[in-house]
Design a protein around this ligand. Structure first.
Ligand SMILES: CC(C)(COP(=O)(O)OP(=O)(O)OC[C@H]1O[C@@H](n2cnc3c(N)ncnc32)[C@H](O)[C@@H]1OP(=O)(O)O)[C@@H](O)C(=O)NCCC(=O)NCCS
Length: 191
């Protein structure tokens, strides 16, 4: 059984990201077990996301093969995602003053995925640390599908990095699945 593995973790420039988007999206599709039919649309969305202010992408490489990817950008009132977030906060009686403060300065972790077979060995943790290193944002926010008892690598990882609940059982427009929206103050604590 593979213990802790030592991939190269490094930032991707925007051109590196846009050139390699198909390979990165394939990792996402495999990790999330999604239908390959979404591939072209996601490639387009990911490339578009790379234009967002604050865009940062990191990859995990093992023997020149990409085995993990994470990216994000500054939260913005122009983004669909922030509109959804505001709706969720309103539904739970907010936003509170603290939540308004949060909405004004967060980094959205849009995606983090590790190739099946390489999961559970610390690569996701390294990707998150590299992605969020030296960020000027006060908070990082992400969403993840709800699972019973938070029993998956994603929840274990985010909890161990200090993420707490912002929204639970939240339904984004156009998606039937409930999501947890999780938040942490930056910098990440080192555990
Ligand atoms: C979520 C995901 C990106 C996390 O990446 P990962 O490399 O598996 O995560 P890590 O190994 O860093 O941490 C996950 C787990 O490994 C443990 N772990 C961390 N470092 C470890 C190490 N050196 N050795 C062994 N286990 C380790 C963590 O404690 C955590 O606990 P768990 O095994 O009880 O779940 C990855 O599992 C994945 O792609 N999953 C499917 C897609 C997905 O859910 N993406 C996120 C959607 S929001």
């Amino acid at each position: 059984m593979m213990g802790s593995v030592s991939p190269i973790i490094r930032k991707l420039s925007i051109p590196e990201f846009t050139t390699n988007t198909p390979v990165l999206v394939d990792i996402y599709i495999a990790a999330m077990n999604y239908d390959k039919a979404i591939r072209d649309t996601r490639i387009e969305v990911w490339r578009r996301n790379s234009q967002n202010p604050g865009f940062t992408a990191v990859a995990a490489l093992m023997d020149d093969q990409v085995v993990g990817v994470a990216y994000g950008f500054n939260g913005s009132p122009d983004h669909w995602w922030q509109h959804q977030l505001r709706r969720g906060l309103r539904q739970q009686g907010g936003p509170t003053e603290e939540e308004i403060h949060i909405i004004h300065n967060y980094f959205e972790v849009a995606e983090v995925h590790v190739q099946p077979g390489f999961q559970g060995h610390g690569i996701g943790r390294k990707l998150m640390h590299e992605l969020l290193k030296d960020k000027q944002n006060t908070f990082a926010i992400l969403s993840t599908p709800e699972v019973d008892d938070e029993a998956n690598h994603a929840f274990s990882l985010y909890r161990s990095l200090g993420f707490t609940d912002l929204l639970r059982q939240f339904r984004f427009d156009g998606d039937q699945r409930p999501f947890a929206v999780l938040i942490t103050a930056l910098p990440l604590h080192d555990s």
